[in-house]
Design a protein around this ligand. Structure first.
Ligand code: MN
Length: 145
């Protein structure tokens, strides 16, 4: 089956940081189907290293990972100037009260609870890749004449 013709940002590169092999297979397969280029990290430590080296356009970050958890990895990635504004989607199995707030506080842009609906994930990625926040744009109150 060909990917949807309207798939946005087909050449965008996504870093998937996820330690559960079955999730990796499912997510890689789906993201590939949507036409994204993929990078992969099997734990939080690798996620930070690969993000810094490759500067992906978006990061999918599992929170429960060995060596360095997703919250720590997100916080470190946000310390890297080039990655301060890269969209990060946190994925977590722990639907604990306050979990979403913790993810967003360390710098995630969106938060999805597993099991993740692939359609919802795809829509979230598309939204984040096509909604530029322009966070560094200076406020500009000039008038057009
Ligand atoms: Mn995990």
């Amino acid at each position: 089956m060909p990917p949807p013709a309207a798939a946005p940002q087909k050449t965008a590169t996504i870093l998937l940081a996820e330690d559960t092999p079955t999730n990796v297979v499912t997510l890689m397969d789906y993201l590939d189907y949507l036409g994204y280029r993929l990078l992969f990290a099997e734990d939080g430590l690798a996620a930070v290293k690969i993000a810094a080296a490759q500067q992906p356009d978006l990061i999918l970050m599992d929170i429960q990972m060995p060596r360095k958890n997703g919250l720590e990895a997100i916080a470190e990635i946000r310390q890297i100037p080039a990655l301060q504004h890269v969209p990060i989607v946190a994925l977590t199995a722990l639907a604990m009260p306050g979990d979403e707030v913790r993810c967003l506080r360390v710098g995630a842009d969106a938060y999805l609870t597993k099991p993740v609906h692939l359609k919802t994930l795809g829509a979230t990625i598309a939204r984040l890749l096509t909604t530029p926040p322009y966070p560094d744009a200076p406020s500009d109150d000039r008038m057009l004449e």
